[in-house]
Design a binder for this molecule. Structure first.
Ligand SMILES: Nc1ncnc2c1ncn2[C@@H]1O[C@H](COP(=O)(O)OP(=O)(O)OP(=O)(O)O)[C@@H](O)[C@H]1O
Ligand SMILES: [Mg+2]
Length: 259
């Protein structure tokens, strides 16, 4: 960590996070001793094979699940101790989600899908609609506002999901395999949108099993069997095709947040 670092520079800080599941009599450690700090404006990718703990970690970061051990500070606030109402409030106002399977409401218009995500944030109906239109314009879909998602291509659906994720102006955008259902050309244009959001100052954590997707981020963290390790800069630049340059999980944690 650098001397100038303050809470305001850090969006999230995990320390010693563990998550175990009880599978019959056996305890399965999906995450163990995870340390990770993400600075404001940083774009971090987390790359790992199937079953390595990626979604478990994303669910904890997004306050959808609680760790069984460790500390999670989000924007300076220890969130593991909050009750569900408080966690829902933080999630709704400060965190946006993009998933592989889009998760749009098929019987609502594109505009409603985006506007409804602000339903419980205290924004008036008129302002919700206005902000939804702006968010759709920012992903190039203002012409599709009245369509239902069923009439859109996969790439367009993911654009709607991104508009929905950013419309409430979150502090953190979490993405779980956002290009997993898309062909390579469409993936590239979606990744271009993430690049643009990062350039605009948004903090992004993207989970992927694809090293070339992970390489779009400022830095990459590898997860394997629930344990994090840093991906070296050279390997990251090559899209993770090289040897293992990782350090231990504390290295991964403390490499971050200097921006
Ligand atoms: N509810 C659960 N109960 C028991 N074990 C679970 C549960 N959820 C996840 N696990 C286990 O935790 C480990 C990590 O799962 P996780 O879903 O986080 O992996 P992942 O990296 O997201 O995989 P994928 O790339 O396939 O989505 C796996 O061994 C999984 O079987
Ligand atoms: Mg997963």
């Amino acid at each position: 960590m650098t001397a100038v670092e303050t809470d305001a520079d850090v969006v999230l800080a995990l320390e010693g996070i563990g998550r175990t599941y009880l599978s019959g009599e056996v305890e399965v450690a999906a995450l163990a001793g995870v340390d990770l700090t993400v600075g404001r404006g940083e774009y971090v990718s987390i790359v790992g094979p199937s079953g390595s703990g990626k979604s478990t970690l994303l669910n904890i970061l997004g306050l959808l699940d609680r760790p069984t051990s460790g500390s999670y500070r989000f924007e300076g606030l220890e969130v593991s101790g909050l009750d569900e109402t408080e966690r829902t409030a933080v999630r709704g106002r400060r965190i946006g989600f993009v998933f592989q399977a889009f998760h749009l409401l098929s019987h609502r218009s594109v505009l409603e899908n985006v506007a409804l995500s602000m339903l419980y944030t205290g924004v008036s109906s008129k302002d919700r609609t206005q902000r939804a239109r702006e968010a759709l314009a920012s992903v190039g879909l203002e012409q599709r506002a009245e369509f239902t998602p069923t009439r859109l291509s996969g790439g367009e659906r993911q654009r709607v999901a991104i508009a929905r994720a950013i419309v409430a102006d979150p502090a953190l955008l979490l993405a779980d395999e956002p290009t997993g259902n898309l062909d390579s050309k469409t993936s590239d244009s979606i990744l271009g949108l993430f690049d643009g959001l990062r350039a605009g100052g948004l903090t992004i954590v993207m989970i992927t099993h694809d090293a070339s997707v992970a390489a779009r981020a400022d830095r990459s963290v590898r997860i394997r069997d629930g344990v994090l390790s840093a991906v070296g800069a050279a390997e990251h630049a090559r899209g993770g095709s090289g040897g293992r340059l990782g350090t231990d999980s504390r290295g991964a944690a403390h490499q971050g947040a200097q921006s």
